[in-house]
Design a protein around this ligand. Structure first.
Ligand code: AMP
Ligand code: MG
Length: 196
């Protein structure tokens, strides 16, 4: 049976860092897929964007089409090996929040876990200010809180349409990282039983 762990968290929460360390420590070998990368590949092929941070500004129909293409590729890969999918519960577009895993997409991927990495809005703001590589939207702590609240609500819907359990992992400044990694490793180790 495919084993897919979806890992989410708003930009700047430390998702990539936790994922990288947890993958090295896990006893199961995971294929790390980035939903944004898969969408970006298709978007570039179609001549739609030059930078990944332009994708959330594309028209909705195009974004949904790119999502579904990415989902099909992910499902195909998950037939052969455990997949760790780095993505977002919701994406903030100029017109409103877009569901990261709408019904057709979440049913195609059928995740076993939806992990949400969270931190305090003040911590996230600080991390965003230190990351100059990305074209991040400038947000207030209030907006960050609202986005995190919405992501929990979205995760409920994803669990409804799949086999997913929801796991919330906190990543705080003082010793949070080590505990967060441990919690993710526990989930990844469940994959050992799945592909034999
Ligand atoms: P990231 O590098 O994870 O911040 O993702 C880059 C971009 O990919 C995001 O800003 C979105 O435009 C897009 N993206 C990633 N995951 C999804 C998703 N599940 N649904 C729609 N767009 C996504
Ligand atoms: Mg990232």
């Amino acid at each position: 049976m495919p084993f897919v762990v979806v890992i989410t968290g708003i930009p700047g929460v430390g998702k990539s860092t936790i994922t990288r360390i947890a993958m090295k420590r896990a006893s199961a070998k995971f294929r790390l897929l980035n939903f944004g990368d898969l969408m970006f590949e298709e978007a570039v092929k179609a001549g739609l964007v030059n930078h990944r941070d332009e994708m959330r500004k594309l028209d909705l129909t195009t974004q949904k089409l790119l999502q579904l293409k990415a989902a099909r590729k992910i499902a195909e890969i998950a037939e052969k090996e455990p997949v760790l999918l780095d993505t977002h519960c919701t994406v903030k577009t100029p017109l409103g929040y877009l569901l990261g895993l709408p019904e057709d997409v979440v049913k195609t991927i059928n995740p076993n876990f939806v992990v949400i990495i969270e931190a305090f809005p003040s911590e996230i703001l600080g991390r965003r200010l230190r990351d100059l590589k990305r074209d991040r939207d400038v947000e207030t702590e209030e907006q960050i809180k609202r986005h995190q609240d919405l992501n929990r609500a979205a995760a409920i819907v994803y669990a409804m349409y799949s086999n997913a359990l929801i796991k919330i992992i906190e990543n705080h400044e003082d010793k949070g990282l080590e505990e967060a990694v441990e919690e993710l490793v526990k989930i990844l180790n469940l994959a050992v039983r799945e592909y034999d």
